[in-house]
Design a protein around this ligand. Structure first.
Ligand SMILES: O=C(CO)[C@H](O)[C@H](O)COP(=O)(O)O
Length: 254
């Protein structure tokens, strides 16, 4: 969740938690029998998985692969059939949250620490649908710190390299104020990089890719085909570079 966004809503408006529920319910309208789904990570994705689980219990026939151990555990608990990673596997639809998205549907992801598996699975998906509350859509990426997944041995040099790119790196801790680091599902560290404004996301992504020890960065560029963002109580569909419109046509996604 965006730490600067209000968590309560004025009377009559939806809270951010309610907006996430509506975004997840809207995404579910695009799910069809027989689909192989990529299951995202985070509170919005947890909403989607929970609602998907209810649909599976009511008879929907889908299978999924999760982007984190937490999402996998939730899906398993709800009876969603799971498929292990394997050669040739492609997903019809991946549904995932984001920390930020811009009008071109460039994303910052990894607030939940699952950016590596998310990027692997979403690159193997025919359609990435992002779901988010109203705080997620921004004109320019960068207010949310950009997460990097980093091999522990490489940490000192990665911190130097990120500073040389103009970022302020902070190693994520297990809990705020705790003495120990947070580790990803792959046992790597997460470094949150404060850039304030990322005016050239493509160039930054290219540069980060050349730094040894960065396993993956949280810029997702050219992956999202559409996003569902809930604003003023209404679910809107966004496509790269297009004006937002009401989510009414549930046949146009795969
Ligand atoms: O990238 C992610 C996890 O790695 C999440 O999608 C992102 O952090 C959004 O989370 P939330 O839905 O809880 O706001």
């Amino acid at each position: 969740m965006n730490p600067t966004a209000p968590s309560t809503a004025p009377a009559g408006a939806l809270t951010l938690a309610q907006e996430k529920q509506v975004a997840a319910a809207t995404a579910l309208r695009w799910v069809r029998d027989g689909m192989l789904l990529g299951l995202g990570t985070g509170s919005t994705s947890a909403q989607f998985i929970t609602q998907l689980g209810a649909a599976v219990q009511a008879g929907l026939k889908v299978q999924g692969t999760a982007t984190s151990m937490a999402s996998e555990a939730l899906a398993r608990q709800l009876g969603i059939p799971l498929v292990a990673p394997q050669r040739g596997l492609r997903f019809d639809l991946a549904v995932d949250g984001a920390d930020e998205l811009d009008p071109q549907l460039r994303l910052i992801k990894g607030g939940g620490g699952a950016l590596l598996r998310e990027k692997v699975l979403e690159t193997a998906s025919d359609y990435l649908l992002v779901i988010g509350d109203s705080s997620k859509l921004v004109p320019v990426l960068g207010r949310f710190p950009l997460p990097l997944e980093v091999v522990p041995f490489a940490l000192p040099w990665v911190l130097d390299a990120v500073e040389a790119l103009g970022g302020a790196p902070v190693v994520r801790m297990a809990q705020p104020g705790a003495p120990d680091y947070y580790y990803s599902d792959q046992k790597n560290l997460i470094v949150d990089c404060h850039f304030e404004q990322i005016t050239d996301a493509e160039q930054l992504a290219t540069r980060l890719k050349t730094i040894p020890g960065i396993v993956e960065h949280g810029l997702f560029i050219g992956l999202a085909k559409a996003a569902i963002v809930v604003r003023d109580g209404a679910a809107l569909v966004l496509r790269p570079g297009e004006a937002a419109r009401p989510a009414t046509d549930f046949t146009e996604l795969p």
